[in-house]
Ligand binder design. Structure first.
Ligand code: AMP
Ligand code: ZN
Length: 471
């Protein structure tokens, strides 16, 4: 069966056909880095990492790009509050975000571009849009996109331009009174006192939010890509504006499939700091292994709203532990099992067990139905628990364990817990990391930190040196 994806653009499930056979170009809008990521941000990270893993399991090569928005009003505000520069804030929270990603077993993207490092490309695309008449410079130097010049505006969010004009007063943002039309949006804006800024042909200033994704996607993946993804709040205006910018500048279809995850709520209410129901991923890690959070996120279809509660997290914990226990049991049985070949009966059972892989794939092929895919894993656990025992051969136990671990791994769930690391091994790795840093081999230093994180060891760089703890 072929893979089907629900495309927000067409509002239907479509067969996935990549632009280039065997390869997938995928862009996922990443977080704005001014704080630790919250569990809402974790949903797209986990969901689209699972999409990527499944595609890789199907033999596709995925070029996965996810940005960090590292200049924005919220980051500037935080920098002012702390009396530090914007880069200090963004660098700090990118580091912290990467730690959370590793602990949730979210693979690093092929490329994680930063908005501040792509200004040149933004100036270039804005220049093209002005040249083509899709953008204009206002008297104060602000560059606006001329929304009505892009005839297909609204095709993603299924909004009609005239309804938008009439119904949305919030489009008339203060300070943007030099627009030709209330629907126009900012591509470049003049600097304000104390803000970071870059030279440009129009004014010293900084980019609007939407332009970075159009530019980074083109630079790292090309003018046409397969999948563009993010949370459903990004459909309008962010993704609608990205389409307008990219398609007006490049004259080509921007992305073929648009995927959006539904929101995560807490106790059936919108997550918000002011309501006091707001959790960072780090908060959750104090109470649960983040694999439990991952399991929880995958227990619902990504397009269904997901409610977070203690009760559901406890259920996720039990579910996850059931798989881990089954793997532990297989390992225990293997340590005492005879080294013989599989018996006739075992061979038949092993063949039957392979059927679970087909059913798992069927669920995932249907727009990544992870809820059903997890059910198949549970059926496999049940099958294993009823069919293995002290008389089972090592070969049989091994085959079942490999299958259970492989399916869990496609979901990014680590169920084959390695033996706990000894303190001396941890300290040896920390020393190696320090040495790598001294030699400016940051890639190796990061690799060691991630390796330790995967084993549940958190590192903290303090003035007194590196401290570590078990998560
Ligand atoms: P932001 O940093 O606000 O740009 O968000 C980064 C990503 O997290 C975007 O894809 C958002 O759509 C997504 N996101 C933010 N809040 C939630 C939430 N409560 N549930 C699901 N996704 C969210
Ligand atoms: Zn984006």
């Amino acid at each position: 069966m072929s893979m089907k994806i629900y495309n927000t653009l067409t509002r239907q499930k479509e067969e996935f056909v990549p632009l280039e056979p065997g390869k997938v170009k995928m862009y996922v809008c990443g977080p704005t880095v001014y704080n630790l990521i919250h569990i809402g941000n974790a949903r797209p990270m986990i969901v689209f990492d699972t999409v990527r893993r499944y595609m890789e399991h199907k033999g596709l090569e995925v070029n996965y790009v996810s940005n960090f928005t590292d200049v924005d009003d919220k980051i500037i505000k935080k920098a002012i509050e702390e009396g530090v520069d914007v880069e200090t804030i963004s660098k700090r929270y990118i580091e912290e975000c990467k730690k959370d990603m590793a602990a949730m077993n979210v693979k690093p993207a092929t490329t994680h571009p930063l908005a501040t490092e792509e200004i040149c490309g933004m100036l270039d695309m804005i220049g093209t849009l002005i040249e083509k008449g899709h953008a204009y410079v206002a008297a104060d130097g602000t560059v606006y996109f001329r929304t009505r010049s892009f005839k297909e505006y609204g095709k993603l969010s299924h909004k009609n331009l005239d309804d938008l004009q009439g119904g949305n007063r919030s489009l008339l943002v203060s300070g943007e009174d030099q627009k030709e039309d209330a629907l126009d949006f900012v591509l470049w804006k003049p600097k304000k006192e104390g803000e970071p800024y870059w030279e440009s042909p129009w004014c010293e200033g900084r980019p609007g939010w939407h332009i970075e994704c159009s530019v980074m996607s083109r630079k790292y993946l090309g003018e046409e890509i397969d999948i563009h993804a993010g949370g459903e709040d990004l459909v309008f205006p962010h993704h609608e504006n990205e389409i307008a910018q990219s398609e007006a500048a490049n004259g080509k279809t921007f992305a073929r499939y648009w995927m959006h995850n539904a929101f995560l709520n807490i106790d059936n209410r919108k997550m918000s700091k002011s309501l006091g129901n707001f959790f960072t991923v780090r908060d959750i890690s104090e109470k649960y292994d983040l694999q439990v959070l991952r399991f929880f996120m995958l227990s619902a279809h990504y397009r269904s709203p997901l409610n977070f509660s203690d009760q559901l997290m406890e259920a996720a914990k039990n579910g996850y532990e059931r798989i881990v226990t089954s793997v532990d049991n297989l390992k225990f049985l293997m340590s005492n099992a005879p080294d013989a070949e599989m018996t006739e009966a075992e061979r038949a059972l092993a063949a039957e067990a392979e059927g679970f892989v087909g059913r798992f794939d069927e669920a995932m092929d249907d727009d990544f139905n992870t809820a059903d895919a997890l059910s198949v894993i549970f059926e496999l656990v049940k099958f294993i628990n009823t069919n293995v025992g002290e008389g089972s051969t090592k070969a049989f136990l091994h085959a079942l364990k490999e299958e259970l671990v492989a399916l869990s791994d496609i979901c990014g769930l680590i169920v084959d817990k390695k033996e706990e690391m000894l303190d001396s091994d941890i300290e040896a790795l920390i020393a190696e990391r320090q040495a790598a840093r001294k030699e400016k081999n940051f890639a190796r230093a990061d690799e060691i930190r991630d390796e330790l994180l995967k084993k549940g060891i958190l590192l903290e760089d303090t003035r007194e040196g590196v401290k570590w703890k078990r998560a």
